[in-house]
Design a binder for this molecule. Structure first.
Ligand code: HAM
Length: 421
């Protein structure tokens, strides 16, 4: 036997698997369109430099990159945000604001394939460009929530954990922590849920904080909800923004899905204000979704400084959550009509009817080879056809055919003209 030539971490979408993916994609697309977002797409291959601008070390380590035949350093896209920033930079001066775009790209990351993480995945991206912190952030969070609700999930199944990068960075600054150490602290906090407690403690010890800094960090990590945040004597713009975002979420009726989580800081370097991640409530899985505000990224791509926010939601963890809860539809072929001929004499009429029904939008099948009627009927049941139309010379002489409802078993004589008009 030949060895398996499939590539590790890449996915084969057999029709049943593909239909489940389409189920997710349809809910994503429908929800984004409902909120007035426009769909766009970018290239699968980008210049390697695009990701060096500001994605962060982790994404760079996970790149699929190569040199093409012209000697160009290229990469397969690991995410869409740099592509979006590059594309927006070209049109941002003339495009009416806010720009509301969504996309469902196929992304590639050279990660260790594991539960919830593959090297290839689809990612729902929803972004608003040209809007300051506030209602825009709440709207993209609402799109994420509504798309999950459209798939059958409820506030008992998932939670949007929200924080604010400005709040964190200013807080760390007030602790007397340098920007460099702050970045290391972000990574440690971001990683905390993936590793054991001791690993996190050891990583924090390596930062050599003094007693006052340790106490300030403990106070920070002790903030468990918006009430704790409000009672914190320390304040900054990020804290005020968080309180405002939560008040808007409450007004929009989305607050049951959301909670404040100061451990959410996001691994990607470009985030600035509001940041969030969505997890299934059992928290046994990795994040379903991650996003936030990135007010300075577009400038780095040659544009002008313009505020922006958005999220990416992958199909892999989401697919696992939906499967676990029995929320993925069973695969069915949906054949409206299966046409059966008694002899090859009837083939010409059958083909005309097939064409006419397809023109009306019905899904129609028939066998290619001349088979016994019994075998054609067996094939019709196997593909799950709703109706079978039987073509026989005697009936056709009177301009008639027999239509059988496969669910009830009822047979009807119908005029050929009912199908061909
Ligand atoms: P991210 O947190 O790197 O953010 O990815 C967002 C989501 O994509 C994750 O929560 C996960 O569902 C999915 N994902 C990421 N890597 C993998 C993988 N290897 N296998 C399966 N799923 C994966 C971003 O990518 C940002 N660019 C999102 C964004 C858009 N921010 C603003 N706009």
């Amino acid at each position: 036997m030949k060895s398996d030539l499939s590539v590790r971490g890449m996915r084969d979408y057999y029709p049943d698997v593909y239909s489940r993916l389409q189920h997710i994609i349809n809910a994503w697309r429908k929800t984004a369109l409902c909120y007035g977002f426009e769909e766009f797409e970018g290239p699968v291959i980008e210049s390697l430099d695009l990701y060096k601008i500001k994605s962060g070390d982790e994404i760079i380590r996970q790149l699929y990159n190569f040199t093409d035949k012209g000697g160009r350093e290229l990469a397969l896209r690991p995410e869409l945000t740099p592509t979006l920033a590059r594309m927006i930079a070209k049109v941002q001066s003339e495009a009416p604001k806010p720009i509301k775009w969504f996309s469902i790209p196929r992304c590639m990351r050279y990660e260790k394939p594991q539960k919830g993480r593959l090297r290839e995945f689809f990612q729902f991206n929803v972004d608003i460009i040209g809007e300051e912190e506030g209602l825009g952030d709440v709207e993209v969070i609402s799109v994420a929530i509504d798309s999950l609700v459209a798939l059958g999930l409820t506030e008992r199944d998932f939670v949007v954990k929200i924080n604010n990068r400005d709040f964190v960075s200013e807080y760390f600054k007030s602790m007397g922590v340098s920007e460099d150490i702050s970045l290391r602290l972000y990574k440690i906090i971001d990683n905390a849920r993936k590793v054991d407690e001791q690993t996190t403690r050891d990583a924090i010890d390596e930062l050599n904080f003094n007693q006052a800094q340790k106490k300030a960090l403990d106070d920070y990590l002790a903030i468990k909800n918006i009430q704790d945040l409000k009672s914190l004597s320390y304040t900054n713009d990020g804290k005020e923004a968080l309180i405002y975002i939560f008040s808007l979420l409450e007004a929009a009726g989305m607050d049951d899905f959301c909670s404040l989580d100061v451990a959410v800081v996001r691994g990607l370097d470009y985030y600035t204000g509001t940041v969030y991640e969505i997890y299934d409530r059992s928290e046994r899985m990795r994040a379903i979704c991650g996003g936030g505000r990135y007010n300075h990224l577009l400038k780095e791509f040659g544009g002008i400084e313009i505020p922006a926010c958005g999220f990416g939601m992958g199909d892999v963890v989401l697919g696992e959550v939906l499967a676990e809860k029995g929320l993925l539809p069973a695969y069915s072929r949906q054949i409206d009509y299966f046409l059966v001929r008694i002899t090859e004499e009837e083939l010409g009429t059958l083909l005309k009817v097939a064409h006419s029904l397809r023109q009306k939008g019905f899904i129609v099948e028939h066998t290619y080879r001349p088979l016994a009627v019994k075998k054609q009927m067996a094939r019709a049941s196997k593909v799950g056809a709703n109706k079978v139309v039987i073509f026989g010379a005697d009936e056709l002489g009177d301009g008639k055919v027999t239509e059988k409802d496969m669910l009830t078993g009822k047979e009807l004589k119908k005029a050929l003209t009912d199908y061909i008009q």
